[in-house]
Design a protein. Structure first.
Length: 220
């Protein structure tokens, strides 16, 4: 009976739920994409940057990795507004998750690049390749094979962390479901439904990562 009520409640509020799912997907994709781009830059600096710049970026990564996502979201929403940077709740949430993602991706990229023998970089330079050509043609394809599994884990963590944006008023999937629960009191069934949707999103990310892994794998 309660399952039927839950299904009826989901159907009756389907547009609100779809808006929540769409917001969750937007937040996750933007944060992962921007965080990955910034993280690649961070990883390059940590690996090849000048010592003074590396120290600054090391502080950046260690600080962000050691800061709870909850605190980071609140800081980006409230502190930035105090200093005159007016961001919407959605923008502040994406900014916070992007910073958090970049710190982890930066470490992943650094580890992947440092695992490649230095002789390969020297060999590429010796035949006249520029650093950008060396990175994209020699280093990145090899690093991808090592960093992809860990990157997938980071991406799924960002999806799960998107639920914390409800504390600053972003109506993502979890907050949409909580609003429905407040009216129907079907907490167990609706939380299960939300968990299943998050599973589907993370499952899609994992399958996408596995597909890229197969594409960049060295044939036996």
């Amino acid at each position: 009976m309660e399952i039927t009520q839950a299904l009826n409640a989901i159907w009756a509020t389907r547009f609100a739920i779809l808006d929540g799912i769409w917001n969750t997907i937007q937040i996750s994709l933007l944060s992962i994409f921007l965080g990955t781009l910034l993280g690649v830059v961070v990883g390059l600096i940590l690996t090849y940057g000048h010592i003074a710049v590396r120290v600054v970026i090391r502080i950046y990564t260690d600080f962000l990795r050691g800061t709870p996502v909850f605190v980071l979201i609140l800081a980006c929403f409230y502190i930035l507004s105090v200093i005159g940077v007016d961001l919407s709740a959605f923008q502040a949430g994406v900014f916070a998750l992007t910073l958090f993602c970049s710190s982890h991706v930066g470490e992943i990229v650094r580890g992947g690049l440092q695992a490649i023998p230095k002789g390969q970089t020297e060999a590429a330079m010796s035949i006249g390749l520029t650093f950008s050509e060396t990175f994209f043609s020699v280093l990145l394809p090899q690093a991808l094979r090592q960093i992809l599994p860990t990157w997938v884990n980071t991406a799924t963590e960002i999806v799960k962390a998107s639920t914390l944006l409800s504390i600053i008023g972003v109506v993502e999937l979890l907050l949409s479901v909580q609003q429905i629960i407040s009216r129907t009191f079907l907490s167990l069934e609706l939380y299960f439904f939300a968990g299943f949707v998050f599973f589907l999103i993370n499952f899609a990310i994992e399958k996408g990562g596995r597909y890229i892994e197969r594409k960049v794998a060295i044939p036996n």
